[in-house]
Design a protein around this ligand. Structure first.
Ligand code: PEP
Ligand code: MG
Length: 881
C-alpha cells in the first residue's frame, strides 16, 4: 500500500508531485533547521483516490492517526485537549501554486471546552474566543458550504453596534457572543450543529480541501494558467502558531527580492496582532516589512538571515509566509516566488552575475510568455495625463478601460467587447472571473502580496493595488478621490509599472524591449531589463538547434521579421496578395469563360505577384523564403451569397450582367464544406495556368534579384497535398515553368504536410518533395475533425471544463494525436530522403510548449508571425539546454 502521509521531517523540495509545493517546501525548511511548526502532509495521491472513488483510500485514517499521535507527542498535548489544546491548521497545497483558490481551515481542535483551556493557557481570553469564532467562520464557509457573507455581516453588525470599524476594539465577551451567533448560523443553514469533536473537525476539513480541487474558481484558475486538471492537492496539517496573541505577535509575507523589479532588498508586508489570512486577503492595511525592524529587532534580523539562507538554498527569489508568536519567529511557507516578467529576466541575469547559476540555467528561469508580455506597449511618457491617485506597482503593463466595480459587470462588458478596469476595495478569489475579463485591476486596499497582486502577476495582468486615496464604493458603483468622482463606465488608465492611476485614456507607446528588437535601441543604451533580455537572447540563439523563420506576406513584415531575428520566411501566403483592389482581378479569373479570358486575367495578376515576391526576396536576401502557392477556396474572393442574391433580386430586370454572372459563379463555387473542398493543390490541378502564373512570378522575381546582384533563395510550397500523385502533377508544372524562365534561378520544391493522409504516406510524398512544412492548423483541424473557424467559439469552453483537453489544440500542439502524425511524417520522410528539410508554419510555431515538441522531434525550423519570432528564438534555446 502506498504511503499517504509524510511527516515534515520525511519529505523534501523535490517531492512536489506527491506533497504539493507547500508540503515539499515545509519539509525542506524543516530539514534546513528553520523554525517550522511541526506537522505532516497528506499526499496528492490520497486526494486523487478520493476524487476518483468518492472516499478516502483504505488505511489513510490509521496513517493520519499514527502521525497525529506522533505530533501530539512532540507538542506534549492532544488535539483539542480540554485544558491545553493542540490546535492545527488544515491547508491545501497543490504542485503548482494556486493562490487563494483552494481551502484552508485554521484553529481546528477548538470547541466549547478547549476554548477555555486555550484562554487559560494563553492568559488571553479575547484571543481564545476570537480564534474560536474564526474556526466556526472558516469551517462553516469552506467545509459546510455556508455563505461566508452571513458571518461577515454578523461581525459588521456587532462592530456597528459598538460604534467601531476595527476588529481590535472587540472584547472577549464580544467574540464569545459572536461564537453563539455563528453557531446559530451553522445550525440554521445546515440543519446540524457545528461539529465539536476535534478529530471529526479535522477529517471533515481534509475532505473539504480535497473537494476544493474541483471548486469552480480552482477549475477556472487552472484553465487560465494551463495547470493540468488531474493532479489533485496535498493537505498539510500543521500545529498552529498564533500571530493574534497581542501586539508582540503578528504575521507577514516577505520576498527575498522585489517581485516587480527584481531588486534585492527587504520586500513584504507585516501586520501586527493578526492571523495569516488577514495579510493575503488584504483585509487590513499592512506596514512595510522594514518596519518590523523597529517593532522587534531580533526577530527582524533572524528573518533576514533566513531569507538569505533560503535564497542561497533555492538559488532563486523566494517568497515567505511567517508568523511571530509572542516574539518568536515561525516559518509557515516558502516557495520560489511568482514574479513579473521584467523581474524574471533581471533576476536570472543577477543570479548568473552572482555566480549562483550559469546562463543555461538562466534561460530556463524565463520563458517566451514572459518575453511576449514585455513586448506590450506602455504609456507614452510625453502624453498629457491627469493623475488621480497612486497605488502600488503590483503587476506591470499599461491598461486602459472603463471602470467597473464588480466581477459580473466586468464579465458582461467583456462579452460586449468592451475593455474594462476592475475596481475593487480588495479582491477575493471570487473575483477571478472579473479579473480574467478585465484589462487591468485596481484596488484601494492591500499590499503587493494581496490577492489581487499575486493573482494578477501570475496571469500577467496589469494591477495597481492599495491606492489608498481612492474611496471605492462598490454598491454605488463609483469611486471618489478629492473632488474627482469616477462612475461606472468612465475611462481610467492604470500603470502597473509605476502604480499611477489616470483619469481618461492615456496613449501608449512601444516597449523598450520591442525598440531593442527593432534595432532602435542598442543594448548598451537600454536599461537593466533591455540588457538582460539581450544577454539571454544571445545565449538562447547560441544554444538553439531549431532555426526560427517568420510567416510574412509583405516586404515590410519580412523586414521586421528579419530585424526580430528571423532567419528566413517559413510561410508566405500568396493569397494575401490577392486582396484589396486586386480582388477584381481574381474575380475576372473566376468569371472567365474562355481560355483567352482566363489567360488575360492571369497575365493581369502576374506583375503584382512578381513585384511582391521581389520585395520579399530582397528583404530576405541570402535567406530562404518559402512561398506557398494559392490555398483558399476561390469563393473567398467573391461577394457573400446572401448579400449578392438580395442585390440582384432587388435590382430585378435592372441587375447588371456582371452581378448576374457573379451570382452564377458564387452558386457554382458554393461548397458545404469549403475547407475540405476545392482548395490548395486541388485548385492548381483544376484551374489551368494558376499555379504556373505564380511560379513564373517567383522565378522572374528571383531572376531580377540575381541581375541586381542579390542572393534570392525561393522555395516553392504546394499546399494541402494528400498524395504523391497530386504533388507530382503540381511539381511537373512548376519545374516546366522554372525551366522555361531559364537562367540561374533555383528553387526548392516541397509541400505542406497538413492532412493526416499526407503524414501517413510521408515516405512516398518525400520522393517528390525537397522539404516538408507542417501546416499544423489544418492538420489539427483534419485530425480532430474540428472546424478551425468555429469550434473555439462554440463548444471548446465546455471541453476545457470537462478536461477533454487542458488547452485548445489549435493553441498548443496535441502531442498524442497530431504530434504522433508529425513524428510519423518526420521519420518516414527522412527515411526516404535523409536531407529532407523539415519545418512547421502553423500557429503552433510560435507557441512555447509546441516549440519544445518540434525541437524534440527534430525539425529544422519553426515559423511564426514576426512578433512571435523573439519568443520562438528564446524557446528554441531553452529547448536545447
Ligand atoms: C496550416 O494549415 O497550418 C497553415 C499554416 O496554413 P493555413 O493556416 O494558411 O491554412
Ligand atoms: Mg493550411
Amino acid at each position: 500500500m502506498p504511503k499517504f502521509v509524510y511527516d515534515f521531517t520525511e519529505g523534501n523540495k523535490d517531492l512536489k508531485d506527491l506533497l504539493g509545493g507547500k508540503g515539499a517546501n515545509l519539509s525542506e525548511m524543516t530539514n534546513l533547521g528553520l523554525p517550522v511548526p511541526p506537522g505532516f502532509t497528506i499526499t496528492t495521491e490520497a486526494c486523487r483516490h478520493y476524487l476518483a472513488e468518492g472516499a478516502v483510500p483504505a488505511g489513510l485514517a490509521e496513517e493520519i492517526t499514527e502521525h497525529l499521535t506522533a505530533l501530539e507527542g512532540t507538542m506534549g498535548k492532544k488535539l483539542g485537549q480540554a485544558d491545553d489544546p493542540l490546535l492545527v491548521s488544515v491547508r491545501s497545497g497543490a504542485k503548482f501554486s494556486m493562490p487563494g483558490m483552494m481551502d484552508t481551515v485554521l484553529n481546528i481542535g477548538l470547541n466549547d471546552e478547549s476554548v477555555l483551556g486555550l484562554a487559560a493557557q494563553s492568559g488571553n481570553e479575547r484571543f481564545a474566543w476570537d480564534s474560536y469564532r474564526r474556526l466556526i467562520q472558516m469551517f462553516g464557509k469552506t467545509v459546510l458550504g455556508v455563505d461566508g457573507e452571513l458571518f461577515e455581516e454578523s461581525l459588521e453588525e456587532l462592530k456597528h453596534a459598538k460604534g467601531t470599524t476595527d476588529d481590535l476594539d472587540l472584547t472577549a465577551a464580544d467574540f464569545q457572543k459572536l461564537v453563539g451567533t455563528f453557531k446559530g448560523i451553522v445550525r440554521e443553514r445546515t440543519g446540524r450543529e457545528f461539529p465539536t469533536e476535534p478529530r471529526e473537525q479535522m477529517d471533515l476539513a481534509v475532505k473539504a480541501v480535497f473537494d476544493s480541487w474541483n471548486s469552480d474558481r480552482a477549475i477556472l484558475y487552472r484553465r487560465q494558467e494551463r495547470i493540468p486538471t488531474d493532479l489533485g492537492t496535498a493537505v498539510n496539517i500543521c500545529s498552529m502558531v498564533f500571530g493574534n496573541l497581542g501586539m508582540d505577535s503578528g504575521t507577514g509575507v516577505a520576498f527575498t527580492r522585489d517581485p516587480a523589479s527584481g531588486q534585492q532588498g527587504v520586500y513584504g508586508d507585516y501586520l501586527q496582532n493578526a492571523q495569516g489570512e488577514d495579510v493575503v486577503a488584504g483585509i487590513r492595511n499592512t506596514v512595510p516589512l522594514a518596519d518590523l525592524g523597529q517593532i522587534n529587532e531580533p526577530v527582524y534580523r533572524q528573518l533576514l538571515q533566513i531569507m538569505e539562507t533560503l535564497e542561497n538554498h533555492y538559488l532563486d527569489l523566494c517568497d515567505i509566509e511567517f508568523t511571530v508568536e509572542r516574539g518568536k519567529l515561525w516559518m509557515l511557507q516558502t516557495r520560489v516566488g511568482k514574479r513579473t516578467a521584467a523581474a524574471a529576466f533581471r533576476i536570472a541575469c543577477q543570479l548568473a552575475d552572482q555566480g549562483l547559476i550559469d546562463l543555461n540555467e538562466a534561460i530556463h528561469r524565463v520563458n517566451g510568455d514572459q518575453l511576449a508580455q514585455l513586448m506590450f506597449p506602455r504609456f507614452d511618457a510625453a502624453a498629457p495625463k491627469e493623475q488621480i491617485a497612486k497605488g502600488m506597482n503590483a503587476s506591470p503593463g499599461a491598461a486602459v478601460g472603463k471602470a467597473v466595480f464588480s466581477s459580473e459587470a466586468a464579465v458582461e462588458a467583456a462579452a460586449r467587447g468592451e475593455k474594462v478596469i476592475l475596481v475593487r476595495r480588495e479582491t477575493t478569489p471570487d473575483d477571478l472571473t472579473g479579473m480574467i475579463a478585465a484589462q487591468g485591476i485596481l484596488t484601494s486596499r492591500g499590499g503587493k502580496t494581496s490577492h489581487a497582486a499575486v493573482v494578477a502577476r501570475g496571469m500577467g495582468k496589469t494591477c495597481v493595488c492599495g491606492a489608498e486615496d481612492l474611496d471605492v464604493d462598490v454598491k454605488a458603483r463609483r469611486l471618489k478621490t478629492g473632488d474627482v468622482v469616477v462612475q461606472e463606465g468612465d475611462v481610467l488608465s492604470i500603470d502597473g509599472s509605476t502604480g499611477a492611476v489616470y483619469l481618461g485614456e492615456v496613449p501608449v507607446s512601444a516597449s523598450p524591449v520591442v525598440r531593442y528588437f527593432e534595432g532602435e535601441l542598442a543594448p548598451a543604451d537600454g536599461d537593466e531589463l533591455v540588457q538582460s533580455v539581450h544577454r539571454l537572447m544571445v545565449h538562447a540563439d547560441a544554444a538553439a538547434r531549431l532555426a526560427v523563420r517568420a510567416n510574412a506576406d509583405t516586404p515590410e513584415d519580412s523586414e521586421r521579421a528579419r530585424r526580430f531575428g528571423a532567419t528566413g520566411i517559413g510561410l508566405c501566403r500568396t493569397e494575401h496578395m490577392f486582396l484589396g483592389e486586386r480582388r477584381q482581378l481574381v474575380e475576372d479569373l473566376i468569371l472567365a469563360t474562355s481560355d483567352a479570358e482566363r489567360e488575360a486575367a492571369l497575365d493581369a495578376l502576374a506583375p503584382f505577384q512578381k513585384e511582391d515576391f521581389h520585395g520579399i526576396l530582397k528583404a530576405m536576401d541570402g535567406l530562404p523564403v518559402t512561398i506557398r502557392l494559392i490555398d483558399p477556396p476561390l469563393h473567398e474572393f467573391l461577394p457573400d451569397l446572401t448579400e449578392l442574391s438580395v442585390k440582384v433580386a432587388l435590382a430585378g430586370a435592372d441587375a447588371s450582367d456582371k452581378d448576374r454572372r457573379l451570382l452564377e459563379a458564387v452558386h457554382r463555387l458554393h461548397e458545404q464544406n469549403p475547407m475540405l473542398g476545392l482548395r490548395g493543390v486541388r485548385l492548381g490541378l483544376v484551374i489551368p495556368g494558376l499555379f504556373a502564373m505564380q511560379v513564373r512570378a517567383i522565378a522572374e522575381a528571383a531572376a531580377q534579384r540575381l541581375s541586381e546582384g542579390g542572393d534570392p533563395r525561393p522555395e516553392i510550397m504546394i499546399p494541402l497535398v494528400g498524395s504523391i500523385q497530386e504533388l507530382e502533377h503540381a511539381r511537373e508544372e512548376a519545374e516546366q515553368v522554372l525551366r522555361s524562365v531559364g537562367g540561374e534561378v533555383k528553387a526548392l520544391i516541397g509541400t505542406m504536410i497538413e492532412l493526416p493522409r499526407a503524414a501517413l504516406t510521408a515516405g512516398q510524398i518525400a520522393e517528390g518533395a525537397e522539404f516538408f512544412s507542417f501546416g499544423t492548423n489544418d492538420l489539427t483541424q483534419t485530425t480532430w475533425g474540428f472546424s478551425r473557424d468555429d469550434v473555439e467559439a462554440s463548444f471548446f469552453s465546455r471541453y476545457l471544463e470537462l478536461g477533454v483537453f487542458g488547452v485548445s489544440p489549435f493553441e498548443t500542439l496535441d502531442r498524442d494525436g497530431v504530434g504522433r502524425l508529425v513524428r510519423i511524417a518526420v521519420e518516414e520522410g527522412r527515411r526516404t530522403r535523409p536531407d529532407l528539410k523539415l519545418g512547421v508554419c502553423g500557429e503552433h510555431g510560435g507557441d512555447p510548449e509546441s516549440v519544445h515538441f518540434f525541437h524534440e522531434v527534430g525539425l529544422d525550423y519553426v515559423s511564426c508571425s514576426p512578433f512571435r519570432v523573439p519568443v520562438a528564438r528564446l524557446e528554441a534555446g531553452r529547448a536545447a539546454v
